[in-house]
Write a protein that binds this ligand. Structure first.
Ligand code: C5P
Length: 222
């Protein structure tokens, strides 16, 4: 019965890594497994939310739940388009995806041939920042949550992200500590007007439940 209280609420969650093609057979990718984003989608659905899950490249199974609508994409541009399409009708966005920061400018539509002793150079350009784009479009009734994966100056960098991306919450994690593909994580929650909350190392599914609870609390305040 409790879970029904969220049944009119929609949440957009991104998971996994985006891929940027080099040629028809090769791409630039990253080590994201999608575990955190998918755990969040499951936790949100269990709490009664309607979930739009936008997934890139993942190494775990997709959830099978009628309250989770899955869209699969590859590139950052496609993820941006899918997030934009779903955000309008949503109450919450959680950007758990590991988005590629650069894409290949000199994409070729045939397989690049190996040539002995010839160096091949990739020309890279920045991808759009999805979180920042959506943060700027956010209505006062909507909640936007981002992740900050850092190897140095975690809290300082994550605090800057709260401002620069106009996010309500940033989930900061130190990725020098064997996080990718792991079932556990250790995160610090940053919010604009309160002190950082440090959550001890625990299962990603447990972090997901806590984070969805925090989302519910924040939605009540909106
Ligand atoms: O700037 P940085 O990549 O460290 O920020 C991380 C947060 O921003 C994550 O929530 C990630 O999903 C999101 N992001 C994004 N678009 C990008 C890069 C990151 O939405 N191009």
């Amino acid at each position: 019965f409790l879970s029904n209280s969220n049944s009119d609420k929609r949440i957009v969650i991104t998971a996994g890594g985006t891929l940027e093609p080099i040629d028809p057979v090769r791409y630039i990718g990253n080590r994201s497994s999608g575990k955190m984003g998918i755990a969040l989608a499951k936790a949100a659905a269990s709490a009664g939310f309607k979930v739009d899950l936008i997934v890139g490249n993942i190494s775990v199974d997709l959830p099978d739940d009628i309250n989770i609508k899955v869209s699969q994409i590859e590139t950052t541009e496609q993820m941006l388009k899918a997030v934009k399409e779903n955000f309008e009708a949503a109450d919450v966005l959680i950007m758990a995806a590991a988005v590629a920061d650069y894409r290949v400018k000199n994409y070729v539509n045939h397989k690049i041939k190996k040539q002995a002793k010839i160096q091949y150079q990739l020309d890279l350009e920045e991808t759009p920042d999805i979180l920042k784009t959506i943060g700027a479009l956010k209505r006062p009734d909507q909640l936007v949550i981002g992740f900050a994966a850092e190897t140095n100056d975690l809290l300082e960098n994550a605090t800057k992200k709260l401002e620069s991306k106009n996010a309500d919450i940033i989930v900061a994690n130190d990725v020098s500590k064997n996080v990718f593909g792991n079932d556990e994580d250790e995160v610090t929650i940053l919010q604009k007007k309160s002190c950082p909350l440090h959550w001890q190392r625990m299962d990603k599914s447990k972090i997901a439940k806590r984070l969805i609870k925090l989302v519910e609390e924040n939605l009540i305040k909106k």
